[in-house]
Design a protein around this ligand. Structure first.
Ligand SMILES: [Zn+2]
Length: 123
């Protein structure tokens, strides 16, 4: 099994909710969302951070402001952005997590011992 075969982004690519105009980047719903509308912006191709070409960086960057704008227009007060490129089998991705004042605090760690689980448990 290759890392692409077990990658949640590659597996969710066909269910993308948005794509860059050139098709180099996608927005996919996160498999285990912390909050409603938590999505991941990523290159369409399975690629590690060190191997991303400039056109793909631009495509990913072109999607993030739109994704954040959609969430703040829908009521989020802000969005957390978290880039990960060395886990999940090496597929670079940016989490876009909508946040509002009423949401539970995530603590000192977004994905650490309390942050991720506390937010998920509060739903
Ligand atoms: Zn992948």
């Amino acid at each position: 099994m290759s890392s692409e075969d077990s990658c949640f982004i590659c597996a969710g690519r066909d269910a993308a909710v948005a794509r860059s105009d050139d098709g180099l980047a996608v927005v996919v719903p996160f498999r285990s969302p912390m909050f409603e509308d938590h999505v991941v912006v990523a290159p369409s191709a399975h690629v590690d951070t060190a191997d991303v070409d400039p056109a793909t960086w631009a495509a990913v960057g072109s999607l993030i402001p739109d994704v954040v704008g959609q969430r703040t227009s829908a009521g989020a007060e802000r969005c957390y952005l978290l880039a990960i490129g060395d886990s999940d089998k090496g597929h670079l991705h940016f989490h876009v997590v909508p946040r509002s004042e009423a949401d539970p605090a995530l603590g000192p760690f977004v994905f650490g011992p309390d942050g991720w689980n506390k937010a998920r448990g509060a739903r």
